[in-house]
Design a protein. Structure first.
Length: 558
């Protein structure tokens, strides 16, 4: 787990502190992160993970990991494994406190029986559509189910038979008996249990009835001794039902869980719905849940985002009571700040243009000293020879004004090396530029007689004889948006066809061949890159993490 830090003060932390001041929860603070195993976690979940585990850490308490596996039609062990990997990668540990709602199925069933016995739940035969019709609207009260006044004995018998698999899916549900005229529609006799003859990934076919989230969640919290059930704002209207379940089953108000809602993370240029992310995966619009263009934690990790950058981002955006949209540039700023300190520098030419230095000895290779990081003392040696590569965009035959890169007759300095002058442009029969012939100032490297001679442009380069080829994947936003970064509901209609650009023959320094997967570099003048999981010594693959241009820093400065 990350080192204990002082949380940025927020209303959730203040609420916990006030509860402690009032003498509640004398056994300590206990939170939980309760994901549904029906998809991969995204960056919005990272905010919840950091908040729940961070609260427990801040108050010297505990945080559980609990899988809300109450809907077997959408759940899979693949998602369980990925969620655990994501939480651990972010730097948090649940120790021996990993639980599943399915652990409590027998107890939840007994709690439901108890509600039936005290006249607070009944078996209803209305279809799902009829239940919606009976529920009413925000301006009209609902109607009571014709089955609402069944006797306790009949309800117990029917519920038992539901459990034993006697009835088909959709034929019966167990509903709470609350108030069909309640202003809060959630309280109009909500469904507590439904029938689903589906194999569960943990319990197999032991059960064919499954509790609804609104029933299972408060009771799972209470069973585990959770003190603060922190959830996103859309559950605010469900809080009265959360409290009703615990009240109806006589849980002590001073020790039972308290639900607190906070605003979920909405990120510009991004969809944050698991349903929509699933559409992208299952529709083949991306390569998988860990596609580096996805806002999933696994996608961000593969692209090269660091756990410390995501934690920093979650801390900076804070915890609010009202929904808002965070500019994705702030997320990019966090990873850029993190990698600026950590990532060693490397020269990589993405779109090569060959340069022949005509007055350099043809068979000679020398090794020039280059810094690995401007703020560290470690150095590396970079091979230099007669033929090198520079970026195609770093040369212009007819340059615009204030073009300080290479041009006919112009001079530039090669980073860590010499000053060169362009003497000749070599073209093919079609007029395409094939290579440049240049001459170098042999005394202009570090320590030479003309090392201090000033020229306006400095270019990165790679020696052709020792360069290694690599595949470099450049990323743009997956979705096109309006000027405010908003994504329309029909998000598939604004997929960006240029969200991935693959450069197959980039040329890198030879030291890049032996770096491990997940290693970060700053490619000089290009941006931050990370070695992809597909990479091998024979076929290097780098993902672009983010560019060097920091729009968020500019906004902050302004």
């Amino acid at each position: 787990m990350p080192e204990k830090e002082t949380l940025t003060p927020n209303f959730v932390e203040n609420a916990v502190r006030e509860d402690l001041k009032q003498g509640k929860y004398v056994n300590g603070i206990h939170t939980r992160f309760p994901p549904e195993p029906n998809g991969y976690l995204h960056i919005g979940h990272a905010k919840s993970i950091c908040l729940n585990f961070g609260l427990a850490q801040h108050f010297d308490g505990m945080c559980n990991l609990r899988f809300d596996d109450t809907n077997p039609t959408k759940e899979d062990i693949e998602y369980v494994d990925s969620i655990q990997e994501d939480v651990q990668w972010l730097g948090f540990s649940w120790a021996d406190r990993k639980f599943y709602a399915s652990d409590y199925f027998p107890r939840l069933y007994e709690y439901a029986v108890e509600l039936i016995k005290c006249g607070k739940a009944f078996v209803c035969d209305l279809s799902a559509e009829e239940i919606r019709d009976y529920r009413g609207t925000l301006t009209e009260p609902g109607k009571e189910s014709p089955y609402r006044n069944r006797s306790v004995a009949e309800n117990l018998d029917l519920f038992q038979r539901m459990k034993e698999g006697e009835f088909p899916d959709g034929s019966h549900v167990l509903r709470a008996k609350i108030d069909m005229t309640a202003p809060n529609i959630t309280m109009r006799d909500p469904v507590l249990y439904r029938i689903a003859h589906t194999t569960h990934h943990r319990t197999g076919n032991a059960w064919c009835i499954y509790p609804m989230y609104d029933f299972a969640h408060p009771l799972s919290d209470a069973i585990e001794g959770i003190t603060h059930s922190v959830c996103t704002l859309e559950f605010e209207e469900h809080r009265p039902l959360y409290d009703w379940v615990l009240d109806s089953l006589d849980f002590n108000v001073n020790t039972r869980p308290r639900q607190i809602e906070f605003a979920r993370l909405n990120l510009s240029n991004t969809v944050m719905s698991k349903r929509k992310l699933r559409q992208l995966v299952e529709g083949g619009y991306v390569s998988g849940w860990d596609d580096p263009r996805m806002p999933t934690i696994s996608g961000l990790r593969r692209r090269g985002y660091t756990a410390s950058a995501l934690r920093d981002f979650c801390d900076r955006i804070g915890v609010a009571k009202s929904n808002s949209v965070v500019d994705v540039a702030m997320l990019e700023h966090c990873i850029r700040e993190d990698l600026n300190v950590k990532a060693p520098r490397l020269m990589a030419v993405l779109e090569p243009l060959k340069v022949v230095i005509t007055n350099y000895p043809a068979e000679q290779t020398e090794y020039l000293l280059a810094e690995n990081h401007p703020n560290r003392d470690d150095r590396r040696y970079v091979p230099f020879s007669r033929e090198i590569y520079i970026e195609q965009e770093d040369f212009a035959e007819n340059p615009p004004k204030k073009f300080f890169r290479l041009k006919p007759g112009g001079e530039v300095r090669l980073k860590h090396a010499y000053i060169i002058r362009c003497d000749e442009v070599v073209k093919d029969d079609a007029g395409n530029i094939m290579e440049l012939h240049c001459s170098y100032d042999a005394e202009s490297k570090q320590g030479g007689a003309t090392a201090g001679r000033k020229v306006k442009g400095t270019l990165h380069w790679v020696a052709a004889a020792t360069a290694v080829s690599a595949e470099v994947r450049l990323y743009d936003y997956l979705l096109k948006t309006d000027e405010n970064g908003n994504v329309p509901e029909d998000f598939l209609s604004v997929l960006n066809p240029a969200s991935l650009r693959i450069i197959s023959q980039a040329q890198l320094e030879p030291s890049a061949r032996w770096v491990g997967k997940g290693t970060h570099f700053q490619f000089l003048r290009k941006g931050y890159f990370c070695v992809d999981q597909d990479s091998t010594p024979e076929h290097l693959v780098f993902n672009e993490v983010t560019g060097l241009r920091d729009t968020w820093a500019k906004v902050q400065k302004e």
